[in-house]
Design a protein around this ligand. Structure first.
Ligand SMILES: Cc1cc2nc3c(=O)[nH]c(=O)nc-3n(C[C@H](O)[C@H](O)[C@H](O)COP(=O)(O)OP(=O)(O)OC[C@H]3O[C@@H](n4cnc5c(N)ncnc54)[C@H](O)[C@@H]3O)c2cc1C
Length: 484
């Protein structure tokens, strides 16, 4: 019996349900496909590609070492590639882990399903996130998820042969832009293990206290997100190692941190479940009463936001940091989105595409839910408009982060770095700096645009229509165990 094991967002062999199941018997062809359509989407980027390439190189090595098997990598039209492989190798079964991504991949999966059915090939799908496929019962979701995440490892039995085809894939076929940030994350399981171990043993000590600043968050956060997205490590393994550590003696700080971290693993899956239940949240307001807002899209503001030239130093520093490194911490993501959606009044449907490219960890379920929450379009979450000046003072009190990422401002002393528009003419002359020439004046008035945005969003939120729809949304989506 000839089978294909199709690696996708599960780039590991350890605790990989589909892989473990496939190697029980038969002849196996392990493959990965760079779907040409996927990498042409406006949400795809070199950050994603580089992470995938690293992870595939690592996966290849592991398959070679442990099973003396090749990993065949293809680039092109997924359906055509399958048609060719199924016919050439008389394939009767395909194994993969179920994925819950955006519309493009959901549609592709439907097309694959049809193709496999037509060719009488069985598609065996395994679960790696504890997602409820049939009519989610939100009263039992947490219970079910905990059962899933704590369930035993799959029994291991290996009695198959690998089909080794000549496939020296040239990664240069997949075009990428140069990315050279010092903090760009490396893919592969070894990296994931290094991060997890160093987080558990050392870095988590001040996780909760230090996660909010981009300076301390860089070290204090686990940095595991792209590994979870691309599955170089399984969520169960992360959960198990954290649980084991919690059984040992650890400081109160560490204990609190690890518990907080563990609950985020559940949030991860909760948001994936949400997108599975409501796929339209990728491109429609969750609460349609908000559709009347943000009709005009100010391209100039969008461009300034994207390029880190808004005139708000902390916003610009965060955007430039993200653009270089492909990661920034949660609070700064929320602030960037809040500023775009409220002060600049830009539609999240467009801004979300840009950040999807910059987040190496782009995970549609979390991404679009968070965008909607930070833009006030769910109707069920509290409205929070971040003040970029307050965030700057709280998270970067000495302005070191700003000075590093917005070097035009590096000579400004004291608190004025957070609000350079307050520099007097003499202040500017004394440091040989000219506002509006060396660094932009704020493109909007923070105070005024915040007030206008708050009024507009609350007017809709209080309307009967929004409240009626919100009730339905709560019934369908709101988690009962925790607030995200
Ligand atoms: C607008 C916006 C968009 C986001 N888009 C993404 C995205 O595309 N992909 C993504 O993985 N995260 C996203 N997040 C959530 C969060 O910012 C990142 O998971 C986190 O910054 C990743 O860094 P870390 O692995 O060090 O996180 P840690 O704090 O160490 O968290 C560990 C893991 O828990 C999960 N997690 C953490 N925070 C959340 C959360 N709020 N909701 C759900 N799961 C969470 C992630 O898998 C993360 O890797 C987004 C947040 C916002 C505000």
């Amino acid at each position: 019996m000839n089978k294909i094991v199709w690696f996708r967002y599960d780039l590991r062999i350890y605790e990989n349900g589909a892989f473990t199941e496939s190697i029980k018997k038969g002849n196996i062809l392990p493959i990965f496909i760079f779907d040409e359509g996927l990498f042409k989407l406006e949400t795809s980027s070199s950050f994603h590609l580089k992470f995938i390439k690293d992870s595939l190189n690592d996966l290849k090595k592991k398959l070679r070492k442990k099973y003396n098997s090749n990993l065949s990598i293809f680039y092109g039209n997924t359906l055509e590639i399958f048609k060719y492989l199924i016919q050439k190798y008389s394939v009767t079964e395909i194994y993969s882990n179920r994925i819950f991504k955006h519309k493009y991949l959901t549609d592709l999966d439907k097309k694959c399903e049809n193709l496999f059915n037509n060719l009488k090939v069985k598609w065996i799908l395994k679960d790696q996130f504890g997602i409820d496929l049939n009519h989610r019962n939100r009263f039992k979701w947490s219970y079910n998820w905990n059962k899933f995440i704590q369930s035993d490892k799959q029994a291991y039995s290996f009695d198959c042969k690998f089909i080794n085809i000549k496939n020296n894939f040239d990664f240069n076929i997949v075009k990428t832009n140069k990315i050279n940030g010092n903090l760009v994350q490396l893919g592969g399981r070894d990296e994931a293990i290094k991060l997890l171990d160093s987080f558990i043993e050392v870095r988590s000590e001040n996780y909760q206290r230090e996660m909010s600043s981009p300076i301390s968050g860089e070290v204090a956060c686990s940095r595991l997100s792209p590994h979870i997205t691309y599955g170089t490590i399984s969520l169960k393994e992360i959960h198990r190692k954290i649980t084991e550590k919690l059984k040992k003696v650890c400081t109160i700080n560490k204990r609190k941190s690890l518990i907080a971290f563990k609950s985020r693993l559940a949030w991860h899956c909760h948001f994936i479940q949400k997108l599975y239940d409501e796929p339209e949240l990728e491109y429609k307001n969750l609460n349609s009463a908000f559709d009347i807002l943000r009709k005009d899209f100010n391209e100039k503001h969008y461009e300034k936001w994207k390029t880190g030239m808004t005139g708000y130093p902390f916003i610009d520093a965060c955007m430039r940091y993200l653009e270089k490194n492909g990661w920034i911490n949660f609070r700064m993501r929320a602030m960037l989105v809040s500023f775009a959606s409220y002060q600049l009044w830009l539609d999240w449907k467009q801004t979300s595409k840009h950040l999807a490219k910059l987040f190496t960890d782009y995970e549609p379920g979390i991404h679009y839910s968070q965008f909607q929450m930070q833009s006030g379009t769910t109707g069920i979450n509290s409205i929070r408009i971040y003040n970029p000046i307050k965030q700057s003072l709280d998270q970067d009190p000495n302005g070191n982060f700003i000075k590093k990422w917005v070097p035009e401002l590096k000579n400004i002393q004291g608190k004025l770095i957070h609000e350079p528009w307050k520099l007097t003419y003499i202040d500017q002359k004394s440091i040989n700096f000219e506002l509006g020439k060396d660094y932009p004046l704020p493109i909007v008035n923070n105070h005024e645009t915040t007030r206008v945005a708050r009024d507009k969003i609350w007017k809709v939120k209080k309307s009967n229509q929004a409240q009626e729809l919100s009730k339905l949304i709560v019934q369908k989506h709101a988690s009962l165990s925790s607030r995200k």
